[in-house]
Every structure is written in structure tokens, then in C-alpha cells.
Design a protein around this ligand. Structure first.
Ligand SMILES: C[S@@+](CC[C@H](N)C(=O)[O-])C[C@H]1O[C@@H](n2cnc3c(N)ncnc32)[C@H](O)[C@@H]1O
Length: 243
């Protein structure tokens, strides 16, 4: 596992930390991510109504994968994460899907090393994990994720970005003021600031081959980056004369 990716993964493998983080994650009406997760599912469904394989990279407790498995009852899910305690939490949360979910422990920057087949996924997801990476590792993450996509497959990453200073201050202040009064604080974990900006994410995703990538939703520091890989080229028609 590369250095930055290893240090990002380490703390999540402590059972107490993983449980405390998941327990503090807002739920119900305070879950701001419910909407972008549904937007991702709707955008995908509009063009690809029956994906067969959905991969969630650094899936944690599995909230994003859960929304997609509900939206696409014919799909199988592949959960990938480096953390064994997160595997336990996801096992509980996703238990109702039975053998539709396959759990793999592995590095988000190298999903092929965890046995995920290139071109084998109709949808690849990730959320709240790639902001731990920057520079070469962020690009490697997008390359590895895009390589999993079948032609015409969809990629969605719902993650935090580093805004420029003035907006960083404004967002922090307003987000704090809008948080529910009794909100449980998530346990702190390491980030390498400044986080990559939205333009860096889009550039890395497009360079990885998802050329039509866009930001479909954004609130404060969090963006839904989404795009579709190019569909397969139609086979050449042997009966058609050369121009
Ligand atoms: C903030 S949690 C987000 C979990 C989930 N995607 C969500 O949005 O609820 C970050 C997740 O990234 C995983 N992670 C961190 N570094 C990783 C790495 N190098 N490879 C695989 N997973 C990693 C952690 O184990 C953790 O589950």
C-alpha cells in the first residue's frame, strides 16, 4: 500500500475508532448525503436502468452501496475497504441484501490487487475517502477506479474538497451554525491540508478516461463528482465499403 494511502487507512482499522466514527455520522433528517446519493442513483438509472455489478471503494459502513442496491434490485454489490472493523459494520448494515454483496479487504488505490476485475463493473462508487489522497495517489485512485468500469459504466465519487481560503472560512462558520445542537462530534482523524480542489478531482477523473465528468451536486465542502465512461464502439460493418 502506498505511504499516504497506508497512513489514511491505519486509524480506520482500530475497532473503537471505526465504531465511534460510524456512530457519530448524521442519520435521518440530518443526513445531508442522502440527497446526493439518490441523485447519483437517478442519474445512473436514467441511462443504465439495470446495472449488474456495483463496486463501492473505501465503502466503510456501506451507506452509498446500500442506496444503489435498493435502487437496482438486480445488481450485485462489491464492498471494498481496508478496515476489518468497517467490514463488520457493513456486514450488519448490508445483511438484508444477503449474498448480493461480496466483501473484499484491500487498498482503495489498487482495487485490482483485491481481485476486482478490470472492466467488470457497471457502476463504481466512492465517498468521503479520496480526500485523504493528493497528487499522484489521487490520480492513481481515479485511474484504478476507472479501470474497473465496463464500457458505458458510471463512476460517482461523493467527497470533500479544499475550497479557497475565504470560502473555507464561510463554509465552516455556516455549517457549524446549522448543525443540530445535540450533534455528536466525529472522532478526529488525520487530513493533509489543503485538500485537493474540485478542479483537481475533475481533472484526475477526466484524465482517467471519464471524459464527461461533472459536479452534479455540491454543498459546502462536499461534491458529487459523476460521469460515464465511453460506451463500446459499435463493431465495424464488414459489408460497408471503405470511404
Ligand atoms: C470517512 S470513511 C467513509 C466511509 C464510507 N465511504 C461513507 O461515506 O460512509 C473513510 C473510509 O475509507 C477507508 N479507507 C481509508 N483509507 C483506505 C485505503 N487506503 N484503502 C481502502 N480503504 C480506505 C476507511 O477504512 C473508511 O471506511
Amino acid at each position: 500500500m502506498p505511504e499516504q494511502s497506508r497512513s489514511a487507512a491505519a486509524v480506520w482499522s482500530e475497532p473503537g475508532f471505526a465504531a465511534a466514527w460510524a456512530g457519530a455520522d448524521p442519520a435521518g433528517e440530518h443526513d445531508l448525503l442522502a440527497l446526493p446519493r439518490r441523485i447519483a442513483a437517478r442519474l445512473i438509472a436514467a441511462e443504465l436502468p439495470a446495472p449488474r455489478v456495483v463496486v463501492d471503494i473505501a465503502a466503510g459502513p456501506g451507506g452509498f452501496l446500500e442506496v444503489l442496491l435498493d435502487a437496482f434490485p438486480g445488481a450485485r454489490g462489491i464492498w471494498l475497504d481496508a478496515s476489518a472493523p468497517m467490514r463488520e459494520l457493513a456486514g450488519e448494515r448490508l445483511a438484508r441484501f444477503g449474498d448480493r454483496v461480496d466483501f473484499r479487504l484491500g487498498d482503495m488505490v489498487d482495487p485490482a490487487a483485491a481481485g476486482l476485475a478490470e472492466g467488470g463493473a457497471d457502476v463504481v462508487l466512492s465517498s468521503r475517502a479520496s480526500h485523504h489522497l493528493s497528487g499522484g495517489e489521487l490520480r492513481a485512485f481515479y485511474r484504478g477506479a476507472a479501470a474497473l468500469l465496463a464500457p458505458g459504466g458510471w463512476f460517482a465519487n461523493l467527497d470533500h474538497i479544499g475550497p479557497v481560503d475565504a470560502w473555507d472560512r464561510r463554509y465552516r462558520a455556516v455549517r457549524r451554525a446549522m448543525a443540530p445542537a445535540n450533534r455528536q462530534a466525529a472522532p478526529p482523524h488525520h487530513h493533509d491540508y489543503p485538500l485537493a480542489g474540485a478542479a483537481e478531482h475533475l481533472d484526475a477523473l477526466r484524465s482517467a478516461g471519464v471524459l464527461d465528468a461533472d459536479i452534479a451536486w455540491k454543498a459546502f465542502f462536499t461534491c458529487l463528482f459523476i460521469g460515464r465512461a465511453a460506451p463500446a464502439q459499435p463493431a465495424a460493418d464488414p459489408t460497408r465499403p471503405h470511404p
